[in-house]
Design a protein around this ligand. Structure first.
Ligand code: PLP
Ligand code: COI
Length: 354
C-alpha cells in the first residue's frame, strides 16, 4: 500500500509511563484514507495528529455510521515491538463494517497500513510491562447529505495512544453492577459489531453504576433480561464448581479476541470451558451457595480483570473473598506474558514488527 507521509514539524514530548492512564495522550501522527462508492479506498496518508473537519451534514453526525477497533502494540524487553492477533481485529472490523453498511478494507492492505503506521510511531510504544501503544482504527460515514441511505463516502483513520492500565485498580479486583433496566443491544441488532452507538447507549447505566461506586455494568440480554451478556468493555467468564462458563455468542455480544484467546488457553490447560447461555438466576444461585469460585472480565484494554464484587438489585455479593482467583491469575500471566514477549508464544499469536 502506497501511503503518502507528511511528518510533523513539532514532535511531542512523550509522557512518562507512570502518567499514561488510558487514552489520554496521542502520538505524533495519524493515518487517514477516504472512500467513495464506485472508486474504492484512496488517498492513503499519514499526517500530523490534529483536528479534522467535517461537513455539518456528514452522515456520522446524524445517523451514527461509525465502527472502531482496539488493539495494542507491545514493547518486548529486547526493545522490539509486536502486535497480538492483529488479523482478528481486521476481520472483526470488516464484520462490523458489513453490519453498518460501511465499506470493507482488504485484510492484507489493512495489516500493511497498521504495520507502516506503528513502525512510524514506534518511539511511542512505552517500555514498561503493562503499558502499551493502544491503537484505535475507526471508520465513519461521511456523505454530505441528510438522506438516510447506505454510505457512499467514508473515512478510515488510525490514531495511537500510549496507555497504561485501563482500570485505576490495575490487576486488583473491580466492582461490577448488573444492570436490570437498560439493555445494551438485542439479537438482530448491532451487539456483535464494534460500533460507537452501542457505547453511547451504554453510558446512562454506566453513569448510574459509577455513582454507586461500581466501575462498569454487566449487561443482561435485551429480550428477557435473563441471560448474562458482557461488561461495558469486556467479555465475562465465571468459574462455577470447576467449570468455566462464558456467555455464548448469540449476536448481541461482542466476539472478543481476548475472550477467544482465553478459551484457547483454558482448553489447552485442560479446563472444561462451556460457551452457553448463563442466566442471572444461575449466577445468583452460585453466588449464594458458594459455588461461584471466580469471575473475571477480559478485553484488549483491560486484559484480564478479576471481578471482586457483583451487585444485582441492590444486593452486593463478594466473589472469591474479593481477591483474584487462581485461574484469573494464570490467564493474566499467560496472556500478558505472550503479549509483552516474556513468555514463549506457543499459539502463534504474535506478529512481530521489529
Ligand atoms: N465487549 C465489549 C463491549 C468491548 O468493548 C470489548 C473491547 O474491545 C470487549 C468485549 C473485548 O474485546 P477484545 O478482547 O477483542 O478487546
Ligand atoms: C478495548 O478493549 O479495546 C475496548 O474497546 C475498550 C474501549 C471501549 C475502551
Amino acid at each position: 500500500m502506497d501511503i503518502k507521509i507528511t511528518l510533523t514539524k513539532e514532535p511531542k514530548v512523550i509522557p512518562p509511563d507512570s502518567e499514561l492512564g488510558f487514552g489520554k495522550y496521542f502520538s505524533d501522527h495519524m493515518f487517514v484514507m477516504d472512500y467513495e462508492a464506485g472508486k474504492g479506498w484512496m488517498n492513503a496518508r499519514i499526517v500530523p495528529f490534529g483536528n479534522i473537519t467535517l461537513h455539518p451534514a456528514s452522515t456520522v453526525l446524524h445517523y451514527g455510521s461509525e465502527i472502531f477497533e482496539g488493539l495494542k502494540a507491545y514493547r518486548r524487553a529486547d526493545g522490539g515491538v509486536q502486535l497480538f492477533r492483529p488479523m482478528e481485529n481486521i476481520r472483526r472490523m470488516n464484520r462490523s463494517a458489513e453490519r453498518m453498511c460501511l465499506p470493507e478494507i482488504d485484510e492484507n492492505e489493512a495489516l500493511d497500513i497498521l504495520e507502516q503506521f506503528v513502525k512510524l510511531e514506534e518511539r511511542w510504544v512505552p517500555k514498561s510491562f503493562g503499558s502499551s501503544l493502544y491503537l484505535r482504527p475507526y471508520m465513519f460515514g461521511n456523505d454530505e447529505s441528510l438522506g438516510v441511505h447506505t454510505v457512499n463516502h467514508a473515512t478510515f483513520m488510525i490514531i495511537a495512544s500510549p496507555s497504561g492500565s485501563y482500570y485505576k485498580e490495575g490487576i486488583n479486583p473491580v466492582k461490577i453492577m448488573i444492570e436490570s433496566e437498560d439493555v445494551r443491544t438485542v439479537r438482530g441488532g448491532t451487539g456483535y459489531a464494534k460500533c460507537g452507538g452501542n457505547y453511547a447507549a451504554s453510558n446512562r447505566a454506566g453513569e448510574r453504576a459509577n455513582k454507586k461506586g461500581y466501575s462498569q455494568v454487566l449487561w443482561l440480554d435485551g429480550v428477557e433480561r435473563k441471560y448474562i451478556e458482557e461488561v461495558g468493555a469486556m467479555n465475562v467468564m465465571f468459574k462455577v464448581n470447576g467449570e468455566i462458563i462464558t456467555p455464548e455468542l448469540t449476536g448481541s455480544i461482542l466476539p472478543g479476541i481476548t475472550r477467544k484467546s482465553c478459551i484457547e488457553v483454558l482448553k489447552k490447560l485442560g479446563y472444561k470451558v462451556s460457551e452457553r447461555l448463563f442466566s442471572i438466576d444461575e449466577l445468583k444461585e452460585a453466588l449464594q451457595n458458594g459455588t461461584l469460585e471466580e469471575a473475571w472480565g477480559c478485553g484488549t484494554a483491560a486484559v484480564v480483570s478479576p471481578i471482586g464484587k457483583l451487585m444485582y438489585e441492590d444486593v452486593e455479593y463478594e466473589v472469591n473473598g474479593g481477591k483474584i482467583g487462581e485461574v484469573t491469575q494464570k490467564l493474566y500471566d499467560i496472556l500478558t506474558g505472550i503479549q509483552w514477549g516474556t513468555r514463549e508464544d506457543e499459539f502463534g499469536w504474535i506478529h512481530k514488527l521489529s
